[in-house]
Every structure is written in structure tokens, then in C-alpha cells.
Design a protein. Structure first.
Length: 154
């Protein structure tokens, strides 16, 4: 599958795909709206942000956002999602490779990501991708939903 997927820079024509992918996954509306907003904002500043889309047969099926923080020279994955139809086919791995390449280009010391503690798929994915558990942030997503941070230093 990976060989038939191309990864391109985000453009406005991909915007509807952000919602479609996240609705297929079943995310709550507040997270979908925020992801659309982030795509709008992040894609305007390619010095600091990388916004990448995976395309299969002309359809956008996954995305990743990465931000480079100048102050501490760390990159942060700000969003990653793969349409459920296309999961477990190496697409998130390819997107994270792209995000890490962006981070290295910026000479980042490493890269980190937050995800809900209950996101078993996401946690397994980051662990498989070589990310180390860093810490739990209480009440990060909601009062009843903690966040967990993973990191990889280059
Ligand atoms: C997490 C997510 C991005 C993974 O995408 P993906 O394209 O399926 O991931 P990959 O195919 O590249 O997986 C690479 C490896 O990660 C691990 N992995 C991925 N999904 C997994 C799952 N559901 N259960 C256990 N391990 C998993 C496996 O080791 C996998 O290798 P394998 O398939 O050879 O066993 C996807 O499930 C998703 O979009 N989830 C909803 C949104 C989300 O949680 N985003 C990330 C945190 S914000």
C-alpha cells in the first residue's frame, strides 16, 4: 500500500478531507473543528509548520501536522490521523517519517507528541515508531481525560 500512497504538502483543496477522516474515526466535534482551524493556520507558515497529506488514488486519506518550536529546538506532532479504511498499512509511519524529516531539516533536537492516555492505538503506534514514554499530564484533554507525552531525541 505504502508504495501507492504519495505524501504532499497540504493545500486548501484538502480541507474537506480533514473533517471526513476525523468523522470516520469518530472524533468529537471540538477536535474536528480545531483540526480544520489548525490546518488553515499552520499551512500559512511553512517556516515553523509542516502540514502533510497522504493521497491514495487521488483521495486524501491521512494527515500530519508538525510544529518546530524555536525556543527549545524541539518539534511537536500537533495532529496525526489515518482514515480507518487505510489503517495498519504503514501510512502513519510514512507521515511520521516526513514529520521527522521536517524536524531534522530545522535542526530540532528531537520531536514529541501528546495523545490521550486512553488512545491505545495511538500509544501502540508511537511506541512502535520508537517514541519513549515521557510523562502523564493530568486533565490535559478534559477534566476526566489525561494526556500522555511521548518523545524521540535525534
Ligand atoms: C494511530 C494511527 C495514526 C496509526 O496509523 P496507521 O497508519 O494504522 O499506523 P501504521 O500502519 O504506520 O502502524 C505502524 C505500527 O504501529 C503499531 N500500530 C498501529 N496501529 C496499531 C493498533 N491499532 N494496535 C496496535 N499496534 C498498532 C504497529 O506496530 C504497526 O505495525 P504493524 O502494522 O506492522 O504491526 C491510526 O490508528 C489513527 O489514525 N488513529 C486515530 C487518530 C490517532 O489516534 N492519532 C494519533 C494520536 S493523536
Amino acid at each position: 500500500m505504502k508504495s501507492r500512497v504519495s505524501i504532499v504538502d497540504y493545500s486548501n483543496s484538502h480541507r474537506p478531507a480533514i473533517r471526513r477522516i476525523l468523522e470516520h474515526i469518530g472524533w468529537a466535534e471540538q477536535y474536528i473543528t480545531a483540526s480544520e482551524h489548525n490546518a488553515d493556520v499552520f499551512s500559512q507558515n511553512s517556516d515553523i509548520y509542516g502540514v502533510y497529506i497522504a493521497i491514495h488514488n487521488d483521495i486524501a486519506i491521512a494527515f500530519i501536522y508538525v510544529q518546530f518550536h524555536i525556543w527549545n529546538q524541539l518539534a511537536q506532532i500537533q495532529g496525526l490521523a489515518v482514515d480507518p479504511t487505510y489503517q495498519r498499512q504503514g501510512i502513519a509511519s510514512a507521515l511520521v517519517d516526513k514529520a521527522e524529516a521536517f524536524a531534522r531539516l530545522k535542526k530540532a533536537r528531537g520531536i514529541y507528541v501528546d495523545t490521550p492516555v486512553l488512545n491505545a492505538k495511538g500509544r501502540s503506534f508511537y511506541e512502535a515508531a520508537g517514541y519513549q514514554f515521557a510523562y502523564i499530564m493530568p486533565r490535559y484533554y478534559e477534566d476526566t481525560l489525561d494526556g500522555v507525552t511521548y518523545q524521540k531525541f535525534f
